[in-house]
Ligand binder design. Structure first.
Ligand SMILES: Nc1ncnc2c1ncn2[C@@H]1O[C@H](COP(=O)(O)OP(=O)(O)OP(=O)(O)O)[C@@H](O)[C@H]1O
Ligand SMILES: [Mg+2]
Length: 237
C-alpha cells in the first residue's frame, strides 16, 4: 500500500532529512513511525502525500508511482488519503461544521448528506456539541480531534497522521487510538508518526524507528495472545 524504494530527501547541501529509506506497509496494516525530533518523520509523511518529491528513489502509494504521476491525478489521489497534520490545518474563519462540510464537498458528497456525516464524525471524537464553534474557540486537544474527524470522515484507503495525540491527556490519547483502531478494522491502512513511546508499547503494533533520516529499528507487531481460561473464568491461582 505504501512502498519506499531507496528514498533520499535532501533539502540542501547541509540538510539530508532521509537517507536511502526502503520500507513497505501492506494493505490493512497499522504501523507506528517513531524517532527523535528532526529524525525525518514529517518528511516521510509529506513524501507519501506527494507534498514534496524525493531527491532520489521511488515512492509508490495505493499502486501509484508518485514520481510519474500527472498533476491532474493528484486531487483524486489525495482524496484516497486521510491526513492529520502536525499543525491541524483547520480553516480559522470557518466553524467546525463548515471545516468538515468543506472536505465533504471536495470528496464529492451532496450537501444534504453533510450534516449527518459531520455529526457522526464529530461524535466519534466526542465533539458533536462543538459543531458551530470556530477553531480558535477550541482547546488544542479539541482542534486536534476535529482534524482527526476530518481525516477519517470518508473511510480513506490510507490514514497518515503526524503526532495525532501530541496535545492530548492519556485518557483522550487512548480514545483517539481507539478511533484509529476502528478505522483500521473497517479497512483503512494506518501510519502514525509519534514520539509517544508508551503509546507505541501499549499498542503492540509494528514500529519503524528513524534516527537522523535512517531506519534503525523495525519491530514486528506483538502477536495478540488469547486470554487464558483461568483469567476468563476466575479459576485456579
Ligand atoms: N523545508 C525544509 N528545508 C530544509 N530542511 C528541512 C525542511 N523540512 C525539514 N527539514 C529538515 O529535515 C529534518 C527532518 O525534519 P522532519 O520535520 O521530517 O522531522 P520530524 O521527525 O518530523 O521531527 P519532529 O518530531 O520535530 O516533528 C530536520 O533536520 C529538518 O530541519
Ligand atoms: Mg514532525
Amino acid at each position: 500500500m505504501i512502498h519506499f524504494y531507496h528514498v533520499t530527501k535532501r533539502f540542501d547541501q547541509y540538510s539530508t532529512a532521509l537517507h536511502d529509506i526502503t520500507f513497505h506497509v501492506e494493505k490493512g496494516e497499522f504501523v507506528f513511525l517513531t524517532g527523535a525530533s528532526g529524525a525525518g518523520k514529517s518528511t516521510m509523511l509529506k513524501l507519501i502525500l506527494r507534498q514534496m518529491q524525493p531527491t532520489e528513489g521511488q515512492v509508490v502509494v495505493n499502486g501509484r508511482n508518485l514520481k510519474a504521476m500527472k498533476r491532474s491525478h493528484l486531487p483524486p489521489f489525495r482524496r484516497e488519503i486521510g491526513m492529520v497534520f502536525q499543525d491541524f490545518k483547520l480553516i480559522e474563519r470557518m466553524t467546525v461544521f463548515e471545516n468538515l462540510s468543506f472536505i465533504l464537498t471536495v470528496l464529492g458528497l451532496p450537501p444534504r448528506e453533510h450534516k449527518k456525516r459531520a455529526y457522526a464524525a464529530l461524535r466519534a471524537v466526542s465533539l458533536h456539541h462543538k459543531m458551530n464553534a470556530y477553531p480558535l474557540q477550541l482547546s488544542g486537544g479539541e482542534q486536534q480531534r476535529v482534524a482527526i474527524a476530518r481525516a477519517l470522515i470518508n473511510d480513506p484507503l490510507v490514514i497518515v497522521a503526524d503526532e495525532p495525540t501530541g496535545n492530548l491527556d492519556p485518557d483522550l490519547t487512548q480514545e483517539i487510538i481507539q478511533i484509529f483502531n476502528e478505522a483500521n478494522l473497517r479497512g483503512s491502512t494506518v501510519l502514525i508518526a509519534t514520539h509517544d513511546r508508551e503509546l507505541i508499547e501499549r499498542s503492540g503494533r509494528r514500529v519503524i524507528t528513524l534516527d537522523h533520516g535512517r531506519i534503525t529499528d523495525e519491530k514486528a507487531p506483538v502477536p495478540q495472545r488469547a486470554p487464558r481460561a483461568e483469567t476468563l473464568f476466575g479459576i485456579g491461582g
